[in-house]
Design a protein around this ligand. Sequence first.
Ligand SMILES: O=c1[nH]c(=O)c2[nH]c(=O)[nH]c2[nH]1
Length: 298
Amino acid sequence: MSSSYVLGPNQYGKAECRLVRVDRYSPAHVLSDLNVSTQLRGDFAAAYTDGDNAHVHATDTQKNTVYALAKQHGVPSPEGFLLVLAGHWREQPWVTGTQMTAEQYAWERIGAGTPGSGHSFARAGGETRTAVVQTDGDDTFVVGGLTGLVVLKSTGSEFAGFPRDRFTTLPETDDRILATSVTAWWRYTTTDLDWDAAYAAIRAAMVDAFAGTHSLALQQTIHAMGAAALDAVPEVAEIRISCPNKHHFEVDLTPFGMANGGEVFLAADRPYGLIQATIQRAGVPDEPRAWASVPAFA
Ligand SMILES: O=c1[nH]c(=O)c2[nH]c(=O)[nH]c2[nH]1
């Protein structure tokens, strides 16, 4: 190693620990959804100059610490949780400074009046409403839709009974987080409607179906959402729904002597299940021209 270089400022840690904490103390669950990054500064030069890791608190350990301290202390606020994390790391050998950062995603309660109220949420900030109008000669077609409607149930979701082969490792579960970002397109059979009222009715029907359905699979939930949309607005002939299964993995805290209790989750971003279905009103003829150029399932 040449002595003509000196190591300048440096820090290291684990970036973007996606942490979801479900407080189940009352029937109305409380959800905290954070993206936490940790950075340590201190006496770590030898790792850079000599590959000597004797002082290096592994970034994997830093990640585990996020989830373990979330279990122990809860996540009342991003600031409060980061203070807990910083307090932990500042006490460790060789650490002279820390930088703990978090983004928090806000959720609103949904499904009031359904059995899912209390454990069903939609990401605040909301979805994007979409629309496509096409003409072909004298004919006019209207497709409405939405994308980015992010919804989550902190209980009331199971997944079991699926085939097991030699590559199957997924355990069956009778209680998991179900979360998705809904994209939907629906075809109207009219060109004369109160479009805002129809949109509001379809969105509300889908959200309430998501909240109110005790889910045995995302497939079943999607079907319930589509059927609810068709029930809500008779002028809709069919609805296409595309839903990524935004997996939330219960973090194994047993190596740290803690039982998770369905409270601390790692929100994974990929890979994800992708479930897509069209729900059609029986007996209504297809109209492929309405869908020309509308993105197919993707
Ligand atoms: O609701 C689900 N549907 C699936 O098809 C599936 N596959 C999987 O691994 N998890 C899930 N969850």
